[in-house]
Design a protein around this ligand. Structure first.
Ligand SMILES: C[S@@+](CC[C@H](N)C(=O)[O-])C[C@H]1O[C@@H](n2cnc3c(N)ncnc32)[C@H](O)[C@@H]1O
Length: 354
């Protein structure tokens, strides 16, 4: 039996490819071998296997990381007859961190068949794991376009899971998108950062954790309850001395000073903007940002209602210098096509990013 050729697979939101490539470039021994898009499930990059794959758990632009092997013969029957092929992958993931993995699940068509049941028995008995629906160790045996793929996720929770999130807030941003927005704002060379419509503070916390050079991190939201939830997250993230939140409404044009970077994840529906006319809200938001962004600064917006936003940006003093078109299935299985816009003021001299 030949040894399987192992690979690392990273899953990410469609549209964030360049952000992911930029982030993984910090690992010089990680060599990309191919890419694949699976409609609805997102995009995947495959890399030559690296022994120190544990380091990949710090990636912030990636949803999930796996160790996998692909081959035409790795169908369920073959794996059931050569269980150690899958066992080798499982053992590698559990090594040194088996206390984090107590349960497992096999994702495969025909999961109740005798073939898959025999593989599940093997995993249970060999690695002393319990089979559950919501599992720590997620093993898969799946068919890709050309090949069979076997593998497992290297962490019990997706990489996009952040332990600073104390409670779920409906409408909270995916943290990998927040990371992406911040990564396009040249924050290494920035000292002041304003987040308008701060919600549960995902953008602020990602910025505070990734860019310790930021001196001033300020956010505002008009919902008192959400601000108090955001403060719980900020505290859990260890950033209570760094991030300041204000209870303010954009229509009151709060005077908070001027900033080098302004970011926002816009309110998008009636539940969030309480029947406010989005057009009016977005216009006010753009005018406020024009007045409060320092020369040479960046204005970054994430929104699903991009037609309304773009129409107003075109009429404004902002120039769009980069657009990212994203695609993903939301947690409630809605197919979303949001965009990230990175802008600068029109009369700014050309800068590094334009
Ligand atoms: C899409 S959510 C932001 C989510 C945030 N990025 C997160 O990850 O939690 C938009 C936020 O805008 C706030 N908001 C809506 N209308 C507002 C207004 N007129 N002034 C200030 N904040 C407002 C809502 O309370 C909500 O928290």
């Amino acid at each position: 039996m030949n040894k399987p050729k192992l690979e690392i697979k990273l899953a990410f939101i469609t549209g964030l490819r360049d952000v992911v490539l930029n982030e993984v470039s910090q690992y010089p021994n990680l060599h990309i071998v191919r890419e694949r898009r699976e409609p609805l499930y997102g995009d995947f990059m495959y890399f030559d296997f690296v022994k120190d794959f544990g380091k990949l758990t710090t990636l912030r632009s990636v949803l999930r990381a796996y160790i996998i092997a692909q081959g035409s013969r790795y169908n369920p029957r073959y794996i059931s007859n050569h269980k150690s092929i899958l066992g080798g992958i499982v053992a590698m993931i559990l090594e040194g961190q088996d206390s984090k993995f107590k349960t497992f699940k096999i994702f495969c068509a025909g999961a109740d068949s005798p073939t898959i049941r025999s593989i599940a028995e093997y995993i249970k008995n060999t690695y002393k794991l319990t089979e559950t629906e919501e599992a720590d160790l997620k093993i898969h045996i799946i068919k890709t376009e050309k090949n069979w793929e076997i593998g497992a996720e290297i962490t019990p929770r997706p990489l996009s899971f952040r332990d600073y999130r104390t409670k779920h807030m409906s409408g909270a941003m995916d943290p990998t998108i927040a990371y992406a927005v911040n990564s396009l704002c040249d924050l290494e060379h920035t000292s002041s950062y304003l987040n308008i419509f701060s919600g549960s503070a995902t953008l602020l916390i990602e910025a505070g954790q990734c860019y310790p050079n930021l001196k001033q991190l300020v956010g505002f939201d008009n919902n008192k309850k959400i601000i108090s939830l955001a403060y719980q997250n900020i505290k859990k993230a260890g950033l209570i001395r760094k991030i300041q939140l204000k209870e303010k409404d954009i229509f009151d044009e709060p005077d908070l000073g001027r900033f080098d970077v302004i970011t926002s994840d816009l309110p998008f529906g009636m539940s969030i903007s309480k029947n406010e006319d989005l057009e009016k809200l977005y216009r006010c938001f753009i005018e406020y940002s024009e007045d409060n962004l320092n020369r040479g600064g960046r204005f970054a917006v994430y929104t699903s209602k991009h037609e309304v936003l773009k129409k107003n940006i075109v009429k404004s003093r902002f120039k769009i210098i980069k657009t990212l078109n994203l695609q993903f299935l939301s947690s409630v299985n809605a197919y979303l096509l949001p965009k990230i816009f990175i802008c600068r003021l029109k009369n700014d001299k050309q800068s590094r990013l334009s």
